[in-house]
Design a protein around this ligand. Structure first.
Ligand SMILES: [Fe+2]
Ligand SMILES: [Fe+2]
Length: 272
């Protein structure tokens, strides 16, 4: 049982920011922008999954999950709102979110399906988010040279993703979700998530006019495959999900807690 605090982030998201806001780097900006474009639709789906899963629980189990579900919904709703503001600037910069309509189309197929399918998809996506978040908190030097408010936004989101990474997984298990379906959805989500991320990143670079610049590809190579690179450092934790006895809490590192403790002046707890 995790206690999830909803936090209001105290940053300015009205002032426009640079196209290459991520430390002046075209590739990293395009990749993070792609991820941000997926959040409003994705996080709404996660909220709906967790709400529907909660409703499907017997009363005695509902009592056990009530506060955690409220915290989860509050955190994801705040992320959606903040990234909506961020994405509005991307639109003004001439970028086009092609991920969102594609995801909406796909999610329509889930209507009327068992709550456990929704939760298995959510838990798989949350695993991706959690390992990315942990990696981000560990390697925040990749955000160096970015405006402080944007760095805060990404690290706050990462810290909360790491904090609530068990909620969908635990609901799935509480509803009797089995190992086979968990893995089936995880494999599908992996293919879909990675190809959507790649497609949207390439489209962002194309619209930015930096797709065919050598610097873009050099940056991509070191960011993804270098010593502290994303792919290199997240492959192992990604694979852990395949273990039969896996639980998200096994990947706890304390980085989220530390960031939230050290950056108290960046947010106010809601309802505290
Ligand atoms: Fe989120
Ligand atoms: Fe999340």
């Amino acid at each position: 049982m995790t206690e999830l605090v909803v936090r209001r982030l105290l940053i300015d998201l009205e002032t426009p920011f640079d196209r290459h806001w991520c430390g002046g780097d075209a590739f990293r900006s395009a990749l993070f922008n792609a991820l941000s474009m997926s959040f409003p639709v994705g996080e709404q789906f996660f909220i709906d999954s967790v709400r529907n899963g909660f409703k499907a629980l017997p009363a005695e189990k509902q009592a056990q999950f009530k506060a955690e579900v409220q915290g989860f919904v509050g955190q994801e709703a705040t992320h959606r709102r903040i990234h909506g503001l961020f994405n509005a600037h991307l639109e003004k910069q001439g970028l086009v979110n092609e991920w969102e309509p594609r995801a909406r189309e796909r999610l329509r197929l889930m209507e009327g399906q068992d709550a456990r399918h929704w939760l298995a998809i959510t838990a798989a996506n949350e695993h991706f988010t959690a390992i990315f978040a942990d990696w981000m908190l560990r390697n925040h030097q990749w955000l160096d040279g970015s405006e402080a408010r944007l760095k805060t936004m990404w690290l706050w989101h990462s810290a909360e993703e790491s904090e609530h990474k068990s909620t969908a997984f635990d609901l799935y298990v509480a509803l009797g979700g089995d190992y086979e379906w968990r893995i089936k959805w995880f494999r599908r989500v992996t293919v879909i998530f990675l190809s959507d991320t790649l497609r949207q990143t390439l489209r962002n670079l194309q619209r930015d006019g930096t797709l065919w610049k050598l610097g873009t590809w050099k940056s991509a190579a070191s960011y993804l495959f270098g010593r502290n690179g994303l792919v290199r450092q997240t492959y192992k934790p990604w694979r852990e999900y395949l273990r039969r006895d896996f639980h998200p809490s096994q990947q706890e590192t304390g980085l989220s807690e530390r960031w939230l403790r050290d950056n108290r002046d960046a947010y106010t707890p809601v309802g505290a």
